[in-house]
Design a protein around this ligand. Structure first.
Ligand code: GDP
Length: 540
């Protein structure tokens, strides 16, 4: 625009103007396929179920018949398509919830018939109810002897999930993920549920999606699995996600087939981003690479602004405190998790527990069992090992015993975070606060051989205690700050002298005490400090 012949430029960069977010009214949009997440307690059969469905229903496009593990796959049920998120650690999922991108349409809650409701079952139910996502319960391991599905229905009723046949609105499907029995019923139940939901999205315009998985592959660079949520993702599109960007060089689906484009509810592996993106982050298509770069540069700038604004808020005390303890204490950790999503979610969450005194440094690990070299690394760096749904191999366990390396295994993310937080709090220097004890005023002074100067004083407020710190005040100025060397009443050493009583006070290494000087007694109390949770950090 021009203003009296001058060009008026809008200096403020508006991200929203670049990332044109689709906000069309839903009613005139075409239907899209449902996205399903499988949740439940560890060992209840999530992986077995997802593997069974993939093996039975997904036809590979490759000659060898090997389907791609890209973090999601789709299957056909009665002519409809349903897409499963194949990340049973569901940590990526927790991340997504945090970022408000609710991408799951239906949750399949797997409960082992021989085990019932366990901690992660409860955690899952909490999520399902908070997010108001419809749930279908798969009562798994029905092939086991003596199991009773009614017992599971009964138990889940206590958590607000009432079976349809008992007057509620939750479908309970008995299955055996191992044998495959009942799985078709489960798929039909999902398809029916999805049909009722009438999910819609526009397959037109620039795509928007969510990162499901992201990793560096040897020889290929960063690869990310994107679940398209709206619009059409095309090969060659310029992409922005978090602080990474790039061009979609190639799109590959879960059967290994190259695609030219991918519409809503399609999971697709994308090559061409310039780094790893975090699961749960929203990915946008922008006009060109230049625009993508601009968005990322702006995001980095904004983040740095926020960071330095955060720094300014530090008080002087914080500042001196920080410069005092200039050496930050770092807890070295090795994390092993069952899936990349969990590994990244835990790593992010733990790294965000840092403040300017203590922090976590994830020095190793990844996906898979805890190995000998993990233990060796932990031993040499004086760190410890966290296994999430992962145990050490036998030799590693023995080695850890031998070295005294701590291996802690978990299956619930917030327990990992809590434990590490406690460990970090142990590293925090205790907070020292001054506690006022009392004052005494000097009435006369005596020089006593071998002892030095004794000040005959009267306590005028509070009390004076042996072992206290003492400040000597003269005309409101501090002339000495140190320790008492003796506290006497008459000839006797005493522990304390109360208000209005007379006493003799001597200071350590200080003799210049004068009449009318004031002794101020104080103590330093140490309190263990808590690690403040950082706002916006990934504490799940
Ligand atoms: P996840 O931790 O929930 O992913 O559980 P997994 O799928 O890894 O299963 C844990 C264990 O239970 C494995 O040893 C499976 O073979 C076993 N399992 C899973 N489903 C069934 C089932 O339907 N019947 C029986 N008998 N075992 C099962």
């Amino acid at each position: 625009s021009s203003f009296y012949g001058f060009r008026v430029e809008n200096k403020a960069f508006k991200e929203d103007e670049v990332l044109k977010v689709e906000t069309k009214v839903a009613s005139d949009l075409p239907l899209r396929n449902p996205i399903i997440t499988v949740m439940g307690h560890v060992d209840h059969g999530k992986t077995t179920l997802l593997d069974y469905i993939r093996n039975a229903k997904v036809v590979s496009s490759e000659a060898g018949g090997i389907t791609q593990h890209i973090g999601a796959y789709s299957v056909q049920v009665n002519g409809a398509t349903i897409t499963f998120l194949d990340t049973p650690g569901h940590a990526a999922f927790a991340n997504m919830r945090q970022r408000g991108a609710n991408l799951t349409d239906i949750v399949v809650l797997v409960v082992a018939a021989d085990d019932g409701v366990m901690p992660q079952t409860k955690e899952s139910i909490k999520f399902i109810q908070n997010a108001k996502v419809p749930v279908i319960v798969a009562i798994n391991k029905m092939d086991k002897e003596g199991v009773n599905p009614d017992k599971i229905k009964q138990e889940l009723m206590g958590y607000g999930l009432v079976a349809e046949e008992w007057g509620g609105d939750t479908q309970f499907i008995p299955v055996s993920a191992l044998k495959g029995t009942g799985v078709d019923n489960l798929l039909e139940a999902i398809q029916l549920q999805a049909e009722m939901m009438e999910l819609k999205a526009s397959p037109k315009g620039p795509a928007q999606g969510v990162i499901i998985e992201s990793k560096i592959e040897q020889g290929r660079g960063p690869v990310a699995t994107i679940l398209v949520q709206s619009g059409m993702l095309n090969q060659g599109d310029s992409l922005v996600v978090g602080e990474t960007y790039g061009r979609a060089r190639s799109l590959v689906d879960y059967t290994g087939k190259a695609l030219k484009s991918a519409g809503p509810s399609t999971p697709v592996q994308v090559l061409g981003l310039d780094g790893i993106a975090s699961p749960g982050d929203t990915i946008y298509v922008v006009k060109n690479d230049r625009e993508a770069k601009k968005v990322v540069e702006n995001r980095i700038l904004e983040r740095k602004k926020l960071e330095s604004a955060g720094k300014k808020k530090l008080s002087l005390e914080d500042f001196f405190g920080a410069s005092d303890k200039s050496e930050k204490k770092i807890l070295p950790l090795i994390i092993r998790a069952d899936v990349l999503g969990s590994y990244e979610a835990i790593k992010d969450a733990l790294e965000s527990l840092a403040n300017n005194e203590v922090g976590v440094n994830v020095i190793g690990g990844g996906v898979g069992a805890i190995t000998d070299s993990d233990v060796q690394q932990a031993e040499s760096s004086k760190g410890f090992i966290i296994g999430f749904n992962m145990r050490p191999v036998t030799t590693a366990r023995k080695l850890a015993e031998q070295y005294g390396v701590d291996i802690k295994t978990y299956s619930i993310i917030y327990e990992v975070i809590n434990d590490v937080k406690l460990a970090l709090e142990g590293l925090l220097a205790p907070e020292k606060t001054e506690v006022y004890v009392g004052r005494a005023q000097v009435r006369e002074t005596f020089n006593i051989p071998k002892i030095g100067l004794i000040a005959g004083s009267v306590v005028i407020d509070g009390r004076i205690e042996r072992g206290c710190n003492i400040r000597l005040l003269r005309d409101q100025k501090i002339v000495f700050d140190g320790k008492l060397s003796s506290l006497k009443r008459f000839k006797d050493d005493v522990k304390e002298v109360k208000n209005t009583f007379e006493c003799g006070i001597a200071l350590e290494n200080f003799n210049d005490v004068r009449v009318d000087d004031i002794f101020e007694a104080y103590k330093m109390e140490e309190t263990k400090r808590k690690l403040e949770s950082v706002p916006g950090s990934a504490v799940l």
